[in-house]
Structures are given as C-alpha cells and as structure tokens.
Design a protein around this ligand. Structure first.
Ligand code: CTP
Length: 405
C-alpha cells in the first residue's frame, strides 16, 4: 500500500471570514484522510460563519479563535502552535486577511501565527470577483507571492453573491491535491522559461493597425502553469487585456519587430522558449506619421514580411528548448509537422482554428508533435491544456538532459 500523501504532516488550517468557510470543515476531513494531523484556528469573523465546535469534532483537537484565550495559552500557546506547524494553509483566505498578511499584521491569532512560524504558507483565496480583480488585492497577492507564499486558486464559477467569475474557493479535493503537489519536487524547479503571448499590432498610421484575433489567454495560462511547476518565468506579451499571472515578469510589446527584439534579447538567459504569440507575418512597408485621409479612390497597402522569431532562434547556436504553436484551418498535422521541421523545433502544439476553439475563447484542443512522436490533448479549458503542455515540455527538457545547452 502506498503511503498517504500527507502522512504525518502537521497542518495548521487557518479559516478566515467568508461564506466559503463552511467548505473548510470538509477540508479538515480530506486533509486527515490524506494522512495529515490538523489543528484549526478561526479568525473572529470566521467564527461568525462557522463554529469552533464543528472544527474541534472534525480535527479531534481544541480550536483556537483568539490570542487572549488564557486556558489555551497555558496549554499550547501561540508560539508553540507556530512551531508545531509543518505547513500553514489558510482556506478560505478573504481579501481582508490577504491584506493583513501582506502587511504583517499581528493583531489577532492567525496573523501572529503566520509571522511567528517558519512553516511554508499557502493561501486559498475566496471572495467576490470584483474584490479579487481589485488592484489592492492584486498588489497584496504580488507581495505575498514574492515572499514565497503559495497562492492556490481561486476557481471561476458562480459565486454566493449571485455573480459569476473568478474568486470561488478551489474545490476541497483540488486544494488537497495542490498542497500535495506543492510539497513535492516540481517538474520545472530551477528552470527559466520564456513565453510569448498575444497578437502583434502593425501600425498603418497613428490610429490604424493590422492585428489578429489572438486573446493571449493560451500564453498567459502557460506562463501561470510554468510558475506552478517551479519555473522562473518571463512573459513577452503583445497588446492584450489580461492581468499578469502571479510571480511572472512581464515585458509588453506591440509590433512583431518589438517582440523579436524582446525575445532574442531574453532568450540566452532562458532554458525554454514557448512561442504562443500570434506574430503578424506582415507589416506595412511604411507607417504613415499622420492619419491617412480618404481620397475617394481605392488604396493599395504595401506589406513587407516580418522576421520569423522562432525560426531565427532555431538557427542560433545556443538556443533554448524551442516550443512552437501552429494555428491551422486545414491539414493540421501536415502543416504543423512542416513547421516543426522547418523551424528546427523540439515540440509543436498544433491547434485547429475554428468555431468556439482556438482564438478569442476559453477552450482549445491541441495536437502535440515532436520528432518521432505525437499526442492529442482533447478539448479543454486553456488552463488545463497549459498544465498538460508544461508537463510535456518538462519531459522533453529532461529527455534532452538538463536545463541549458
Ligand atoms: N512565429 C514567429 N514569428 C513569426 C511568425 C510565427 O515566431 N513571424 C511563431 C509563432 O509564435 C508560432 C509558430 O511560429 O509559435 C507558428 O506560427 P504560425 O502563425 O502558425 O505559422 P507561420 O510560421 O506564420 O506560417 P503561416 O502563417 O504561413 O501558417
């Protein structure tokens, strides 16, 4: 029988105030099922949503709710509890709790424990989608992530407030799985990954450009998945309206030429380049400095070809592991394999562009091809596909024997 994934692990579960607090009760069971020993701390607001008695029964230990609980301080004081923990998990983590953790508040028991403990800290945010998207929350999470706090989730979906969007607590099983994964060695620990994402805009004049329908979502999801796998990630992004994933260094560019300069400049310091950007193949031969006026006549726009960033890297001597994309409307596998060979790639992710798949939508389906192999990845959310793709990239990298050439 294989050992339980969290066997003997001492988990301090912090529960903060929010309607998702009720799910933390089930989380105690699942953590214990996975072999962990669990002690629970409720914030004062959490105790308005759920009772200490529930958690005491489920964890088999007294539950602490205050710094000023004399009997508890006599038995297992807060410093002992901070030392006892191998792992601190806060689920749900409210926007207020994240703000207080980010600024090191120690005016309640949970804040004090986090400051006083050397254990790794994971937070599972749960809040209304606007609160999640708010710049203050993002800045607090950036601060926490930069200090090594793991951020688990949130998920998207319907919310208790009646809205739909990002901010739901991850499902309990998913939370436990992510905690297990975060504690194990990660596939891309110590690996530096460069990702390009989004469209490019090629200016015609100060108000017009040639662009394409790429949303950038696939590339951003890949950057996020690579961070989760332990990589250090740089993301070169064309013009998109997406928030930077936590822990990612972002470089914004506009045109294909700007993207080329940013990618070629960064590539030597990276072990892998994943080219998810939909780079414009052509740009106007001349961008007009002033707005073009209509003339009553038809107009011809002369286009010149842009550099092929991926092919250029494929030719360079000290190239990183190269992963390309191929968006095709027909003969997917044949065209993609041609690009794999022509551009000298290690792996290519081919996707059929069509209705409700590929561009401008949340779902995609990929066919992965590499020299001598293929693997279809069925239609799924781009984040799910990104995680699978990153796992294959790690395999190719390790098969090639190490991080850099
Ligand atoms: N790519 C690139 N630079 C370009 C064009 C494409 O680096 N100027 C990269 C893309 O990021 C992608 C791969 O090459 O990873 C294939 O892109 P795609 O647009 O499918 O193919 P093209 O090479 O542009 O060929 P075509 O448009 O003729 O299908």
């Amino acid at each position: 029988m294989s050992p339980l994934p969290l066997a003997g692990l001492r988990v301090l579960l912090g529960v903060s105030g929010g309607i998702a607090a009720y799910k933390a009760a089930e989380l105690v069971r699942r953590l214990r099922d996975a072999g962990a020993e669990v002690r629970v701390v409720l914030t004062a607001n959490a105790a308005r949503f759920v009772t200490a008695l529930t958690f005491q029964a489920l964890s088999g230990h007294p539950v602490r709710t205050s710094l000023w609980d004399e009997s508890a301080e006599a038995a297992m004081g807060h410093i002992e509890l901070a030392r006892w923990a191998d792992e601190i998990l806060i689920a749900p983590a409210s926007a207020d709790l994240l703000a207080r953790l980010a600024h090191g508040h120690a005016d309640d028991l949970l804040g004090t424990l986090v400051l006083a403990s050397a254990a790794p800290v994971s937070v599972a945010p749960a809040m209304n989608r606007q609160m999640w998207a708010n710049a203050a929350t993002r800045a607090n999470l950036d601060l926490l992530a930069a200090r090594g706090v793991r951020v688990l989730g949130p998920a998207a979906g319907s919310q208790a407030c009646g809205e739909t969007g990002e901010g739901r607590l991850l499902e309990v099983d998913d939370l436990v799985a992510r905690l297990v994964a975060a504690r194990g060695p990660r596939m891309l620990d110590g690996v530096r990954v460069l990702v390009s994402a989004g469209p490019t805009y090629e200016d015609i004049d100060p108000v017009r450009f040639i662009g394409n329908r790429s949303s950038g979502r696939m590339g951003f999801a890949i950057a996020e998945a690579a961070v989760a796998a332990g990589a250090t990630v740089t993301l070169v992004a064309g013009p998109v309206a997406l928030a930077t994933p936590l822990g990612v260094t972002r470089v914004d560019v506009r045109s294909a030429c700007e993207m080329r300069d940013a990618v070629l400049g960064a590539a030597p310091a990276h072990d892998v380049f994943i080219s998810a950007a939909a780079v414009g193949d052509y740009r106007p031969a001349q961008a007009s400095a002033s707005k073009l006026k209509k003339t009553g006549q038809s107009r011809t726009l002369e286009l010149v070809q842009n550099p092929d960033i991926l092919a250029e890297l494929g030719q360079s001597a000290a190239r990183p592991l190269l992963v390309g994309f191929a968006a095709e409307t027909d003969e997917l596998e044949r065209h993609a394999r041609e690009k794999l060979e022509l551009k000298g790639l290690d792996l290519i992710a081919a996707n059929q562009v069509g209705e409700r798949l590929g561009f401008e939508c949340a779902d995609n389906a990929l066919l992965l091809l590499w020299p001598g192999g293929r693997e279809p990845l069925a239609q799924a959310d781009k984040r799910v596909l990104a995680t699978a793709l990153v796992a294959r990239v790690a395999e190719r990298l390790h098969a090639r024997g190490g991080q850099s050439r």
